[in-house]
Design a protein around this ligand. Structure first.
Ligand SMILES: NC(=O)c1ccc[n+]([C@@H]2O[C@H](COP(=O)([O-])OP(=O)(O)OC[C@H]3O[C@@H](n4cnc5c(N)ncnc54)[C@H](OP(=O)(O)O)[C@@H]3O)[C@@H](O)[C@H]2O)c1
Length: 230
């Protein structure tokens, strides 16, 4: 049975990815930084007849990621698909010059270093062919105009897009495809109530990449299953 690990999956798009993947025959692990929130998420899935494994992992913390990778490796399981979904959009992220520097620092730690940290830690356990999916955002685009909202968050996703392209290049010889996804503006705690998309729609493209898309699409950025400019 193929395996998938989704980070930051105790709610929002990550939890919905786990729910949608349940029908595709994958052995699913959801990870998060709070054991209680993970248990609550697993209870929600259980009520829908879906069984998942839980993995405690704070993607912003080296020791936590190392411990999680060690626990996975001790279980002897290989990993087919890693979905780097965990991210924060911190309240008060209004200006790169005026907002407290800590906001920028924490955002980059979790949203940019986090996916790299987790990818490095789990790479030795990955099957070939394998797949790494980065949940990015149109906010990280170098093509769209800058709109000024959450600048640290947007820069963190620009860095994530850069990481995606370079990891895709580096991992091509290992048959591991690496892609970035923009889910659109989705109704979650992060996206807010005014968002235009459902969580089901937000999870659609990462689930497609995880289950159906060709490995040859590695190195591209997707929205609605279509390649978009960086
Ligand atoms: N919603 C949108 O409109 C939108 C648009 C573009 C891109 N995205 C991207 O889509 C992904 C999912 O977003 P979402 O809307 O589902 O957000 P969300 O509802 O806020 O969920 C974010 C998830 O990430 C987890 N997380 C945050 N920091 C973490 C850490 N250090 N370690 C482990 N887990 C951590 C959260 O766990 P806690 O409960 O512990 O905080 C939560 O499970 C993110 O990468 C986001 O940037 C979202």
């Amino acid at each position: 049975m193929k395996t998938v690990l989704v980070t930051g999956a105790n709610k929002g798009i990550g939890l919905e990815i786990a729910r949608q993947m349940a029908g595709s025959g994958f052995d699913i692990t959801i990870s998060g930084r709070s054991e209680q929130r993970l248990r609550e998420a697993s209870d929600i899935l259980k009520r829908n007849g879906i069984e998942v494994h839980l993995l405690l992992m704070d993607v912003g913390n080296d020791a936590s990621v190392e411990a999680a990778a060690k626990a996975w490796s001790a279980g002897g399981k290989k990993l087919d698909v890693l979905i780097n979904n965990a991210a924060v959009a911190i309240k008060g992220d209004r200006s790169l010059t005026v907002s407290p520097f800590e906001i920028f620092d924490e955002t980059i730690q979790i949203n940019s270093y986090g996916p790299l940290r987790v990818t490095r830690a789990f790479l030795p356990m990955m099957n070939k062919p394998g797949r790494v999916i980065m949940m990015s955002s149109g906010g990280g685009s170098m093509t769209d105009p800058v709109e000024g909202w959450s600048p640290s968050y947007c820069v963190s996703k620009t860095m994530l897009n850069g990481l995606t392209r370079h990891l895709a290049y580096e991992l091509e010889k290992s048959s591991i495809a690496v892609n970035a996804v923009c889910p659109g503006w989705v109704k979650t705690d992060m996206g807010g109530k005014g968002a235009t998309r459902s969580v089901e729609k937000g999870a659609e493209t990462p689930v497609w990449l995880a289950t159906e898309a060709s490995q040859l699409l590695s190195g591209q950025f997707f929205r609605d299953k279509k390649s978009i400019p960086w």
